[in-house]
Design a protein around this ligand. Structure first.
Ligand SMILES: NC(=O)c1ccc[n+]([C@@H]2O[C@H](COP(=O)([O-])OP(=O)(O)OC[C@H]3O[C@@H](n4cnc5c(N)ncnc54)[C@H](OP(=O)(O)O)[C@@H]3O)[C@@H](O)[C@H]2O)c1
Length: 338
């Protein structure tokens, strides 16, 4: 009997997530019933939002139930199908969770989508041509809406979302400036991804120092800021925003372990007449086809570069996830399952 290794949420973290919050179990691989599709996952996506789902707290999404398979995006191959829309061998993207196989209702809207891997690698459908790419596209084009010549800053710039934000901004004729942790990530952001500058925020641990670095990297001020982190970085960027600047609130990973991260100087919103807007990409599905078309074309033609951190085997998922929350990933964090 073929077994399906699965990782369940065993307990809820207090503060940082630990490996003890997860449990590995083995269950038999199920047979598809009428209308169902059995998918073997090739890659599992690890994403910061999963940390929020581990809490039993009010949020924009329901908490992950205890003792259930951790939620997560997956790409893989159909191994058996009893749904007319799918056949064995189809490459698919879905929300299969932290497990090797998933059984999916082939007719359920948005649960499983066939993808073309002729010019785009399968794993990219979890990164630049998937949810993180769509997130970057939405926040940049719909909230920041930059004009050519403007300066766009993004935090967590070497990551799955941030790397796309800067490259899309460059493609629109903007000056793109990143913030990332450490010289290797910053070098990559400038030399490989083509940003104009990247600030190693770890080398600027106080507001004065970070602001000085931002002044050097953004001589004409900042028109758009794509926020992934929060805290000191946000406070420094706010001081450098131009009048009528736009800030897309995408994530605040510095606070995901539950420590509140206050904003030092909200009066700047008024003084600089800023627009601040938070968003959740899954609430804008109507724009995904447009976003994924642009991103897919850019990846297929080599105009959008990306990097992946790949953990091997489902049993490595908890440690890789904890590493993602501490910045140990370099690019999109994946788990290879096959
Ligand atoms: N709103 C939405 O719909 C939506 C959708 C997807 C993602 N997001 C958000 O987008 C952000 C980026 O996600 P991603 O998938 O692209 O992850 P990622 O950037 O690939 O990985 C997370 C990165 O965050 C940085 N980081 C972690 N802790 C930090 C801290 N305390 N201070 C500064 N930086 C820290 C680390 O990079 P460094 O080493 O450079 O610090 C780490 O590599 C997250 O906040 C995520 O929650 C939001």
């Amino acid at each position: 009997m073929t077994m399906n290794a699965q990782i369940l949420l065993a307990s809820r973290p207090t503060g940082e997530a630990t490996a003890d919050n997860f449990r590995l179990v083995q269950t038999p691989v199920p047979e598809p019933a009428d209308g169902q599709v059995l998918v073997r996952h090739h890659y599992l996506s690890l994403d910061p939002y999963m940390r929020g789902r581990m809490n039993d707290a009010k949020s924009y999404a329901q908490p992950q139930p205890l003792d259930s398979v951790m939620i997560g995006g997956t790409v893989g191959e159909v191994v058996a199908s009893k749904h007319p829309g799918f056949a064995a061998g189809d490459k698919v993207v879905g929300m299969g969770g932290w497990q090797q196989y998933s059984l999916v209702d082939g007719g359920a809207a948005g649960m499983l989508r066939k993808v073309d891997t002729t010019h785009i690698p399968l794993s990219a459908y979890l990164g630049s041509v998937g949810m993180p790419g769509a997130t970057a596209w939405y926040g940049l084009t719909q909230i920041i809406a930059p004009k050519a010549g403007e300066t766009v800053v993004v935090s967590a710039a070497s990551g799955a979302v941030g790397s796309v934000v800067g490259q899309l901004a460059k493609a629109r004729g903007c000056r793109a400036v990143g913030l990332a942790g450490g010289p290797d990530k910053c070098r990559y952001v400038v030399e490989e991804l083509g940003f104009d500058a990247c600030i190693d925020y770890k080398a600027h641990g106080d507001l004065k120092s970070l602001l000085k670095a931002l002044k050097e990297a953004c001589p004409n001020g900042i028109d758009g800021y794509f926020e992934n982190v929060g805290g000191l970085i946000l406070d420094a960027v706010m001081l450098r925003m131009n009048a009528f600047g736009r800030i897309a609130f995408c994530g605040m990973i510095a606070g995901y372990d539950g420590v509140p991260i206050p904003m030092a100087n909200p009066s700047l919103i008024l003084v600089s007449r800023l627009k601040l807007e938070g968003f959740i990409v899954s609430e804008h599905m109507e724009l995904w086809p447009q976003a994924l078309k642009e991103l897919g074309t850019m990846v297929a033609t080599g105009k959008l570069k990306f990097r992946e951190s790949v953990a091997q085997g489902i049993e490595q998922a908890p440690e890789a996830f904890i590493g993602l929350l501490k910045g140990r990933n370099f690019g999109k964090q994946l788990v290879k399952l096959i």
